[in-house]
Design a protein around this ligand. Structure first.
Ligand code: AMP
Ligand code: MG
Length: 401
């Protein structure tokens, strides 16, 4: 048996390089940039007005006060999408809209509220400073400035920025694909008739949901009996970045996942970790494909998924290998009474000072799904370790969004 740290080290050593693909921007939402993005042009691209008002020359309005307004001759208009073609000369003004190009000759914008039109003239009653309400070309960023770093998730603001600078195709990390294989002769689909000796399959829907929440794409999903040949065939047919098996990795006579993986040319990387739950976890590799043999117990399967599989999915779509974690204080004493490091499920709450506070889920059995629904994350305590009330501890959250 190996330690949790050794298992993590082996897993990290075997992360295949994520694949980069060119992707149209509309399809890149939720994906992660595989390259830095530099500005191909400055922003704004042209000097424009920040306000609806009049484009003027500062020299003509600098002495203006409400009692001594400046009178300027209106010579035209610059609208958004329809710039003024001429030049603003001494004593002249051009009506201008927000975002419209500042005409040649003008250096300042007077907002509508500080003006009054009188026939072909405009009276300016207040002017604060040279260049007021002008947005200068390049004032936000210049050509070649670094705008988005590799690894950035493309959400609405990032997509908008890319569109604004004319980038309609980006290099992103390819989606990570998963094939799910649920094993167990005792299993029946939830919703169908269940005999006394049978178990409803809850791992399939749980792992499906977990795969989707992690940002991976589920390519296939199958349920098979504890049969050596069926398991070998099913693993042989699965093609994905990650093959996720559940059940059949313990020491029982009807546990076939390890042999079936190896019969298909997978090299075992580890089996059995000094941890609770999830001791029988199995890891193997064939080329760029990683195979996990998760234990069949639903809680063990979920905990192994959240601690080992999720960070791998993250790494394959371009995120750093890791977990969403926080420090929290124990509300009451929590003890690990078992002789292995224990991933104890905890409820996370916030007290009025915004400190995260944890309480242990009442039920901790590996076969008790209520231990998962009654918790938001977990802590890892060493054998015999006692966490005292008020003590701070690292908490791993289930929430990967
Ligand atoms: P195994 O790891 O195959 O020895 O299974 C361990 C325990 O988990 C057994 O009690 C199984 O009945 C149960 N189990 C295995 N697979 C599933 C599943 N897909 N859904 C619910 N329980 C399961
Ligand atoms: Mg089984």
């Amino acid at each position: 048996m190996i330690s949790i740290a050794e298992a993590l080290a082996i897993l990290k050593d075997n992360i295949p390089d994520p694949t980069k693909v060119a992707c149209p921007l509309e399809q890149a939402l939720g994906r992660y940039l595989a390259e830095d993005v530099h500005a191909p042009e400055p922003s704004p691209r042209f000097t424009n007005s920040a306000m609806d008002g009049y484009a003027v020359r500062w020299a003509d309005v600098c002495d203006t006060t409400p009692n001594h307004p400046a009178s300027l001759t209106l010579i035209g208009e610059s609208r958004a999408g329809a710039p003024f073609a001429g030049t603003v000369g001494a004593g002249q003004a051009v009506l201008i809209s927000t975002g419209a190009m500042l005409p040649a000759g003008a250096d300042t914008v007077i907002r509508v509220e500080d003006t009054e039109e009188a026939g072909r003239n405009v009276m300016v009653s207040a002017a604060k400073r040279l260049g007021q309400d002008v947005r200068h070309r390049g004032e936000e960023f210049a050509s070649n400035d670094l705008l988005l770093r590799k690894g950035t998730r493309i959400a609405a603001p990032q997509a908008a920025l890319l569109a604004a600078i004319g980038i309609d195709q980006v290099m992103v990390f390819a989606p990570c694909t998963v094939a799910l294989l649920v094993t167990g002769s005792e299993l029946v689909a939830s919703g169908s008739v269940v005999a006394d000796h049978q178990i409803r399959d809850s791992n399939m829907i749980m792992l499906r949901a977990a795969v989707q929440e992690s940002g991976a794409t589920l390519l296939s999903c199958a349920r098979i009996t504890d049969d050596r040949q069926a398991t070998t065939t099913a693993i042989g047919q699965a093609t994905a970045d990650i093959i996720l098996c559940t059940g059949g990795v313990s020491v029982g006579r009807h546990d076939h996942v390890k042999e079936a993986a190896e019969a298909n040319g997978f090299t075992p990387l580890f089996w059995q970790i000094r941890q609770k739950p999830g001791k029988p976890l199995y890891l193997a590799r064939k080329g760029k494909t990683i195979l996990f043999g998760l234990p069949g117990n639903p809680v063990s399967a979920f905990m192994c998924f959240t601690y080992y599989v999720r960070p791998l999915i993250g790494a394959l779509i371009g995120l750093p290998f890791g977990w969403p974690t926080m420090f929290a204080k124990a509300v009451e004493e929590i003890v690990n009474k078992v002789s292995r490091p224990n991933m104890l499920r905890v409820r996370i709450a916030q007290n009025p000072d915004n400190d995260h506070m944890i309480t242990s889920a009442k039920r901790q059995g590996s076969h008790m799904l209520t231990s998962l629904v009654d918790s938001d994350g977990y802590i890892i305590l060493e054998p015999g370790q006692t966490l005292h009330a008020g003590e701070r501890v690292l908490v791993y959250s289930y929430d990967f969004r």
